[in-house]
Write a protein that binds this ligand. Structure first.
Ligand code: AMP
Ligand code: MG
Length: 321
């Protein structure tokens, strides 16, 4: 099993020196735990894909401590500036044009001429990025296609010795991944709903913003938008309003009127979407046991953080190939 160290000055220094040697370090962020590698080092980036079993056409997000650190990597436009100043540091990823001479491995962006970038707010992520003083490529710290980790134990379970060190910083406060916004198109588009809501983005930009796939098409805009993702081992059934005896029930809001099922957990008895997002992956993990046949999930409202929660649930329930 990999070393798991609480976040302090020594562990940050140790993590930073491992990363500079091309090793992989899992670290806490406000969204989910990230599997970090030096984005300027092609071998480190290749090791991230290998550790996750992630297809190499699914590009990674580059993390930096502050927006200024991106000047050497990407081109800014008005939309990117507005969104960066409204939501960074925080759970927002921007797709921006990559500078030709950007010192970031081409593998990071899977050969695309754009780069996905983010400034996380978690204090441990901030300390680590400043200590390494290099951009870090960091997808979620789990095997590709499986449930995202929101606690250090989830990382150890999912990746084991494939990660060199886990920095332990408690439970992730937000619990779903960052919102990905493509700022390179004429009109910005949300490629993945996440921790910043569509409403917040529209408010900051002063216009309506489309959600990719919200319209007619099923075609992925970003190579990583695979239909089956975030999947537990058990099949997932959505919008459950009645239960079979062998089903584990993931409820939302008052649930006493729904009878039966073999087990149940409630994402948020008060019906709070922030609480539900923070609990989502940990509760799916808890119910993912051979004792049950199916995880049945209650309907979740399609507003605010509900967009991100429903996106993850639809992919968890999607047919697996
Ligand atoms: P993850 O690292 O698992 O949180 O996923 C990152 C998401 O960002 C995936 O859906 C990627 O496909 C997407 N992404 C990363 N880089 C780009 C890019 N340059 N253009 C479009 N989407 C991207
Ligand atoms: Mg992921």
């Amino acid at each position: 099993m990999p070393a798991v160290l609480p976040v302090d000055e020594d562990s940050i220094a140790r993590a930073a020196s491992l990363l500079r040697e091309g090793k992989l370090v899992a670290f806490p962020t406000e969204t989910v735990y990230g599997l970090g590698g030096d984005a300027t080092n092609g071998e480190a980036v290749a090791a991230i894909y290998a550790a996750k079993g992630r297809p190499s056409f699914n590009p990674l997000i580059v993390h930096v401590a502050e927006a200024r650190a991106l000047d050497a990597l990407v081109e800014w436009n008005e939309t990117a500036r507005t969104l960066a100043s409204a939501f960074w540091p925080g759970p927002l990823t921007l797709i921006m044009p990559r500078k030709k001479d950007a010192p970031v491995s081409l593998l990071t962006s899977a050969g695309l001429d754009t780069l996905a970038v983010r400034v996380p707010s978690h204090p441990a992520a901030q300390k680590l990025l400043r200590a390494v003083d290099r951009p870090l490529a960091a997808p979620s710290a789990n095997a590709s296609g499986k449930l995202s980790p929101t606690a250090p134990a989830h990382v150890a379970e999912s990746l084991g010795d494939k990660v060199d060190l886990i920095l332990a910083g408690g439970r992730s406060a937000i619990g779903v991944e960052s919102t990905v916004v493509d700022t390179t198109t004429l009109e910005p588009v949300i490629l993945r709903p996440g921790g910043v809501t569509r409403e917040q983005i529209e408010m900051a930009l002063g216009c309506k913003v489309e959600l990719h796939g919200g319209a007619a098409s099923d075609a992925p805009a970003s190579p990583g938008m695979l239909a089956s993702h975030y999947a537990p081992h058990l099949p997932v059934r959505l919008n459950a309003e009645t239960l079979a005896d062998n089903e584990a029930f993931l409820a939302f809001g008052p649930d006493a009127f729904i009878k039966g099922g073999a087990a149940r957990l409630n994402l948020s008895p008060q019906g709070d979407l922030y609480e539900a997002a923070a609990n989502l992956f940990a509760m799916l993990r808890e119910m993912d046991r051979p004792d049950y046949a199916i995880i049945a999930v209650a309907p979740i409202p399609e507003t605010g953080l509900g967009l991100a929660i429903n996106d993850r649930l639809r992919r968890a329930a999607a047919e697996r190939t």
